[in-house]
Design a protein around this ligand. Structure first.
Ligand code: ATP
Ligand code: MG
Length: 427
């Protein structure tokens, strides 16, 4: 048995060599959001359990078996958010953000689902979520898809991902279709697996999502959702296809794409890759025109998507954060030896940071001889070492030593150091 307390299964640390990749991705995402006029919203990671039950649906994978639900000390049932859409709608309603106005919003942060951990599937994972309110048009659906497409291009992933789209129709059309589907699946009950039989009773559309080959074979001849569509959904979907065509976006219509949450209607889409094995969906979204009223607001058209950031980073690979890490390395590592020099170093470090905004300076402060300190200086990635020994302090100078490439060490008067560094680093 290990003495050390370990992290919770399926919940991971982002270590210092990994955070540059996260930071670079987050910066790119922020810029992307601004480029389309989206504003950030931040909501708590914990909400009342009822919020998720009511929005995601009682008989979905998430609510049935994946939520981290617990009792607060006052007996209230709380849940760690398994996704962000419900929280976003809750916040918008609570603060009147949907009253006679349109919203384009985004958020980024951890989500929690009690799933079986495997590559690309974690119990704490991170999403970028994008949600829009008050816009019912296929143009808005296309905008969401184009945002994601632009992201893949910027990240050099355009050839790695593929867009699948479908329309679920109106709630009424879907209810009617549901009857046909159930009747058909009942005829083939013996060929369904246990999961599909259960879904047949609780949430039959989810059977369309099955990955079991035998079930998929049964689905081949099942009644199709697109044969039961309402006129408006059909027209909007055709319009979306037309818009994507005009924008040069390739897509595949996948009639079995239904999404795992109950609140979707009309357009749904997923961006998938074949490079991550079974966990191939990196972005998923669609319309959820019914959700706002379901949570107590006035009927408000809405649409959005979420990107799984762990899966996206896996696709980007290890080198993705390298430039970011280099760009964050200190310019200067300050070496000092002896009590006087160490005091002087601390003061000098502050003065240099005052004089040179943007300067990244790491002060040794951790003791050790010159040799150990130079080793640390080298490892820090700094371009220069500034060295203060007892002699230097007495003479009022510091040694400036280039750590990369050419250049000799030279003694510089302490009050000239800032200007010399400015010229060498920012000149
Ligand atoms: P999946 O079919 O892979 O379970 P989902 O339909 O449950 O996905 P959504 O709820 O639509 O996923 O979440 C959007 C995105 O968030 C997914 O496409 C995926 O990239 C990511 N995601 C979902 N669950 C996890 C998880 N447990 N670990 C890591 N990423 C996840
Ligand atoms: Mg899932």
């Amino acid at each position: 048995m290990s003495k050390h307390i370990q992290s919770i299964r399926g919940m991971h640390d982002a270590l210092p060599h990994e955070t540059p990749g996260w930071q670079r991705l987050e910066a790119i995402l922020r810029e992307l959001m601004a480029a389309y006029g989206y504003r950030e919203i931040r909501t708590p990671v914990v909400e009342q359990t009822a919020l998720f039950k009511r929005s995601i649906g009682e008989v979905t994978d998430i609510v049935e078996k994946e939520m981290y639900t617990f009792e607060d000390r006052n007996g209230e049932s709380l849940t760690l958010r398994p996704e962000g859409t419900a929280s976003c709608v809750r916040a918008c309603l609570e603060h009147g953000l949907l009253h006679n106005q349109q919203q384009r919003l985004w958020y980024m942060g951890p989500m929690f689902r009690h799933e079986r951990p495997q590559k690309g599937r974690y119990r704490q994972f991170h999403q970028l979520g994008v949600e829009t309110f008050g816009m019912a048009t296929p143009e808005l659906d296309a905008e969401l898809i184009l945002m994601a497409a632009r992201l893949w291009r910027e990240l050099g992933l355009a050839d790695e991902v593929k867009l699948e789209i479908n329309t679920l129709g109106s709630n009424e059309a879907r209810a009617k279709y549901r009857e046909h589907l159930v009747a058909y699946l009942r005829q083939h009950h013996d060929r369904l697996d246990e999961d599909s039989r259960r879904r047949l009773e609780t949430n039959p559309l989810r059977v369309l999502d099955s990955k079991n080959p035998e079930v998929r074979a049964v689905l081949q001849d099942a009644p199709r959702l697109d044969e039961h569509l309402d006129e408006e959904s059909r027209a909007d979907f055709l319009r979306l296809c037309d818009l994507l065509h005009a924008a040069g976006i390739r897509y595949e219509v996948n009639p079995n794409l239904v999404r795992g949450l109950d609140y979707y209607n009309k357009t749904v889409f997923e961006w998938v890759t074949t490079r991550l094995g079974a966990q191939g969906t990196i972005c998923a979204g669609g319309r959820f025109d019914g959700l706002v009223s379901q949570l107590g607001g006035s009927p408000t058209p809405a649409a959005g998507f979420a990107i799984g950031l762990e899966r996206l980073l896996a696709l980007l690979g290890e080198g993705f954060g390298e430039a970011q890490a280099q760009a964050a390395a200190p310019h200067v590592y300050l070496v000092s030896l002896g009590a006087d020099a160490e005091r002087e170093a601390l003061v000098l470090a502050e003065r240099l940071r005052d004089q040179l905004p943007g300067l990244r300076l790491q002060n040794n402060a951790g003791g050790g001889g010159f040799k150990a300190q130079f080793k640390r200086a080298d490892k820090s990635g700094a371009a220069f070492a500034v060295v203060l020994g007892e002699d230097e302090v007495r003479q009022g100078v510091a040694q400036l030593k280039p750590l990369r490439g050419e250049g000799e060490q030279e003694a510089i008067a302490l009050d000239a150091l800032a200007e010399i560094l400015r010229a060498r680093l920012f000149g």
